[in-house]
Ligand binder design. Structure first.
Ligand SMILES: *Cc1c(COP(=O)(O)O)cnc(C)c1O
Length: 390
């Protein structure tokens, strides 16, 4: 049997080991240390933000951002519905109430139209949110100008969940730097990885200082251990930051490799009616973290679930598009604003979408294996469909 092709496996460069060995050589194994400071500086410089705080995960970074914005029990937070649960869990940690906002068709990200309606309703009932979390899905920025404009009209700060979009741009600026706070993830499946880790970025250095404080058990400046606030153990270790420094050096290569993977899939698959790639909105450059496409089953005769099963039989990992948060059993009691009355974009993307193996280390031969299974499946089903209609 052919070796399994994974959705998005880690892809190490050549420098990670040196930074990690340096940490061993100096016995700097403890959390914090020179790699952490350097990784923060290098990442901030790379994306063009004034500062950065390295944390144990992207989820921790979102949690810290919500704390810094004062989200407390009963506070509402508007958040993209089409995302991974990690965008929402930190709201629940603080006892907050998520309100889910649908996607638009151009970017698959937060619909400004739905956001506007959510704000109008919130204003009317006197329950404006404390913060808005905008997710940049599958490596593409949301329409940040439109979203920031609405949020600033109501004077509500924005957190950009750029866990999937490090290396992408919006109107020439780095995704994750267009709002008050941005967060990145270095989980094992992301475009660059520290095996596990995250980063909080902002131009507000005072806020970042507070994040460092909260993430280090909220330990006050004193010789003994002094505490006046609740803290967390959320810092990144010096060893993992060494991996991150090496990975950051190859970020641009990784983006180019993933974009090339996307282009090859698009070239081979869009000649089939009913197959559409995730669009790239004209306001930016996506990092194409995962190649994602939709199938119109009434045209292709094939549902995403069926195709994922066929790929799986050929030892290839593929996945459906994220199941929207407002459809999750955990979260069904919270409000949801679709793109338009009667048009829920995220639900149709969930029904029609799937993600293909997209790793930057994917070989041409591996990609050809994926393409072959998909083409064969589509030839079979479209032929069957044309027989049936004849
Ligand atoms: C991966 C991811 C996160 C969480 O990052 P972790 O580092 O795994 O905690 C948050 N949001 C989105 C959209 C993600 O894909």
């Amino acid at each position: 049997m052919d070796q399994r092709i994974l959705l998005s496996p880690p892809h190490m460069g050549s420098l990670e080991r040196e930074y990690v060995e340096e940490a061993f050589r100096t016995n700097w194994i403890a959390p914090l240390g020179p790699n952490v400071d350097q990784f923060e500086r290098e990442l901030a410089e790379h994306v063009g933000s004034r500062g950065a705080v390295a944390l144990s995960s992207g989820t921790a970074a979102i949690h810290m951002a919500l704390r810094l914005l004062g989200v407390e029990r009963g506070d509402r937070v508007f958040v993209s519905t089409l995302t991974f649960i990690a965008s929402v869990n930190p709201i629940l940690y603080e006892g907050g109430e998520p309100v889910f906002i649908d996607s638009d068709r151009d970017s698959w990200n937060m619909s400004p139209a739905a956001l506007q309606r959510a704000f109008e309703d919130a204003q009317r009932i006197g329950r404006l949110p404390k913060a808005v979390i905008v997710v940049n899905l599958y490596g593409q920025s949301a329409d940040m100008d439109a979203i920031n404009e609405i949020c600033s009209r109501y004077d509500i700060p924005v957190i950009e969940d750029a866990a999937e979009s490090l290396g992408a741009t919006y109107k020439g600026r780095a995704s994750g730097t267009l709002s008050k706070f941005g967060i990145y993830s270095f989980n094992g499946n992301k475009i660059i990885t520290t095996s596990g880790g995250g980063m909080l970025v902002s131009d507000d250095l005072e806020a970042l200082g507070k994040a460092r404080f909260y993430a280090t058990q909220a330990r006050e400046q004193a010789l003994h251990y002094e505490h006046t606030e609740v803290g967390f153990n959320y810092r990144m270790s010096n060893i993992l930051a060494g991996v991150g420094r090496g990975q950051l050096k190859v970020l641009e290569e990784r983006v180019n490799a993933r974009r090339a993977v996307f282009e090859r899939y698009a070239h081979a698959l869009t000649k089939f009616d009913g197959v559409e790639m995730m669009p790239e909105a004209d306001f930016g450059r996506a990092n194409r973290w995962l190649t994602t496409l939709t199938l119109k089953p009434d045209v292709t005769g094939l549902t995403p679930t069926e195709l994922i099963e066929r790929l799986s039989k050929a030892n290839i990992e593929a996945r459906p598009v994220w199941k929207p948060m407002h459809m999750q059993p955990l979260l069904q009691q919270y409000a949801y604003y679709p793109h338009q009355d009667g048009e829920s974009v995220s639900e149709s993307l969930f029904q029609q979408g799937l993600c293909l193996p997209s790793g930057s280390s994917l070989t041409i031969a591996e990609q050809d294996r994926v393409i072959e299974v998909i083409q064969e499946s589509l030839y079979q089903t479209t032929r069957r469909m044309s027989h049936e209609s004849a």
